[in-house]
Design a protein around this ligand. Structure first.
Ligand code: SF4
Length: 335
């Protein structure tokens, strides 16, 4: 069977921030694919390179200091890296849309929410003002807000409602790719669950390819099909949701799960990962995780791990799974 062209494909992406004093290695050879209708969770601590990856896909990184050093970013098989700002402007909102972290600052306080949605529609589609306004009301209904509220201003909405409006704006032109960067972090837990379930419904309805950026594995379990675990600008483990949740292999992924409270084992203490993410302008030699890894050997400081495939869809970057490195996980396996 012919391999279907993914809606989004990122290949060997390298992004740096170059300043007078240092070169910050933010994204270090990242590759992944997101097929139509599928959601990939991009997970890792702050500073892992998740948002830089997302902004590269949108081509919204400030250049300088940011520099897309190498790699491809393909929308339905077409590399957009060489695209001009004008070409990208036509794609943003219509082909690819992004929901940013903070709903409070993403809306214009002096425009009604209906006008803000209609503005995006009018920018990308040849429709009359009236048609755009009618569509804006439909979008509000889609995200669970009455269309009658289209004439209200952002301050008249709660945090959760504002985030729904932002999602309505992002989806107004039916984009093929949606990138949601910590879309529920600023919301309280019950509202989080409502917004996530709404996003899941919309994704199914429109068959949107989605990247969900989060540090919260609970959110990933709820909505994602695949998971990419990112550390120091690299994807160090990738797999289908069940492969990562039931059979994770990387010591860092183990650490992420160890930092989660377990309701079944309430008496057990959390085991947070010791140490901090390395300074991206001064990355360690060998495996970037070795200064924090409880299984590290001298070899880990010398060699950078390659991808080892454990199935067609699950890979890990750790020397313990590579032949002939001599690095072993104590007990033979991570679990
Ligand atoms: Fe740990 Fe070594 Fe594997 Fe890196 S390569 S994750 S340091 S065991």
């Amino acid at each position: 069977m012919a391999h279907e062209i993914p809606e989004l494909k990122v290949e060997n992406l390298v992004v740096e921030y170059v300043t007078e004093d240092a070169v910050v290695h933010a994204v270090n050879d990242v590759s992944f694919e997101v097929p139509k209708g599928s959601t990939m969770g991009l997970v890792g601590e702050t500073g892992a390179g998740k948002t830089t990856t997302a902004l590269s896909i949108m081509k919204l990184l400030p250049d300088p200091p940011a520099k897309l050093v190498s790699g491809k970013i393909e929308f339905a098989g077409e590399d957009i890296v060489p695209y001009s700002e004008k070409q990208m402007d036509a794609l943003r909102g219509s082909t690819v849309s992004m929901v940013f972290q903070d709903p409070m600052t993403s809306l214009n306080p002096v425009l009604t929410v209906g006008d803000q949605i209609a503005e995006v529609i009018r920018r990308h589609q040849r429709v009359s003002k009236l048609e755009a306004r009618t569509k804006a009301k439909e979008m509000l209904e889609l995200v669970g807000i009455s269309g009658d509220r289209a004439g209200e201003y952002p301050h008249q909405f709660s945090g959760g409602m504002k985030q729904r409006v932002i999602i309505a704006i992002a989806l107004a032109c039916n984009p093929k790719i949606l990138i949601a960067d910590e879309p529920t972090t600023a919301l309280d837990v019950t509202i989080q669950a409502q917004v996530l379930s709404m996003m899941r419904d919309i994704k199914q309805k429109f068959d949107t390819a989605m990247i969900l950026i989060t540090h919260d594995l609970g959110v990933v379990a709820d909505i994602c099909d695949t998971v990419a675990i990112m550390y120091a600008g690299r994807i160090i483990e990738y797999g289908k949701i069940e492969e990562i949740f039931d059979d994770f292999k990387h010591p860092y992924t183990e650490g992420l799960f160890g930092s989660l409270p377990n309701l079944q084992k309430r008496h057990e203490k959390l085991k947070p990962i010791k140490g901090l993410m390395p300074d991206p302008s001064d990355l360690p030699t060998g495996c970037y995780f070795h200064p924090r890894c409880k299984y590290a050997t001298a070899e880990c400081a010398k060699r950078q791990p390659k991808k080892t495939y454990l199935s067609d869809t699950h890979y890990v970057e750790c020397l313990a799974y590579e032949e002939g490195t001599g690095v072993k996980i104590e007990g033979g396996d991570i679990k």
